[in-house]
Design a protein around this ligand. Structure first.
Ligand SMILES: [Fe+2]
Ligand SMILES: [Fe+2]
Length: 294
């Protein structure tokens, strides 16, 4: 079976060529989660994306969104941190996959920059991102941060599409970007499990402790951002500030419901034997138990 068959679950699962199960931490596991990046690669070029002409209202809404500088910086940080991690990895397949992840983050940045240029939205000068001293730590922090952000981004994207807040042609341009984030977090949670499974006990405990710390920091960082409502001025997150603009008139419960449904739909595209990001869907289900119904 090819890596592509192993990475793409539903189409394969529907046939007798369904991917066989594997042990977490095995070579087959590694091929499957690296395949999520390497084999399901969309070779689109940001420079040839067709930006639709917007109505004056839609253009005003786009220009008024408060997070464009932060969006560019978030992608820039992610790209440089992932490339730094790829440079330290010795396993050739994982190295190639993380380098591709870095490339895709850089491409997201280009897509946003090109869009801003096309619609005449000013962008402040980008600062230099610099190489992290502890590449693995920053990679883990970025990975968990993406798990949080992607969950809400899936929901916000669906809302922007269904509400007509932006024309469908503009939303369609961003579809590959959003699905790439789904691939990134699938890769990340499986990479964590693969690394942990292949470490001796003490290193495994240390690695898990670092992961837990990074997860807590990413969660607390987003909570404090939401609480502080800092207008998206942080360099680490733009979902919070974007959410405020895109969810006017929507209840928190509806946002969580949509995000959960979108998360399930996007993750269903991958090999059913791969691990899924579970923390945000779990927190989402918990939130539904306490959020008022209207
Ligand atoms: Fe990205
Ligand atoms: Fe990403």
């Amino acid at each position: 079976m090819t890596n592509l068959a192993a990475a793409l679950a539903p189409s394969a699962a529907a046939t007798t060529d369904a991917p066989p199960p594997f042990r977490i931490g095995s070579e087959a596991h590694k091929r499957a989660f690296c395949g999520v990046l390497l084999d399901i690669f969309d070779p689109y070029k940001p420079s040839i994306l067709a930006w639709p002409k917007l109505s004056p209202d839609a253009e005003k809404r786009l220009t008024g969104l408060p997070f464009w500088d932060v969006a560019v910086e978030t992608e820039g940080h992610a790209s440089s941190r992932m490339q730094a991690m790829a440079d330290t990895v010795t396993d050739p397949l994982i190295k190639e996959a993380i380098a591709l992840n870095a490339f895709e983050e850089g491409r997201h940045k280009l897509v946003i920059r090109n869009m801003l240029r096309f619609y005449g939205i000013p962008l402040k000068e980008e600062k230099s991102y610099g190489a992290p001293r502890d590449a693995e730590w920053k990679f883990i922090c970025t990975g968990y941060g993406e798990c949080f952000d992607s969950f809400f981004a899936f929901g916000l994207f669906k809302m922007a599409k269904d509400s007509g807040y932006f024309p469908p042609e503009l939303v369609d341009v961003f579809e590959p970007v959003v699905q790439e984030e789904a691939r990134h977090i699938m890769f990340f949670v499986n990479w964590v499990a693969y690394c942990a499974a292949n470490k001796p006990l003490l290193s495994r405990l240390w690695f898990r402790a670092r992961c837990l710390a990074a997860l807590a920091m990413a969660g607390l960082g987003r909570l404090s951002l939401a609480g502080a409502a800092d207008g998206g001025k942080s360099d680490d997150n733009f979902v919070v500030s974007g959410g405020e603009a895109l969810t006017v008139g929507l209840t928190p419960r509806r946002l969580v419901e949509i995000a959960l449904a979108e998360d399930t739909r996007r993750m269903a595209r991958f090999n059913p034997h791969l691990l899924r990001p579970k923390i945000m869907p779990f927190l989402g289900w918990m939130a539904l138990k306490v959020l008022p119904k209207n």
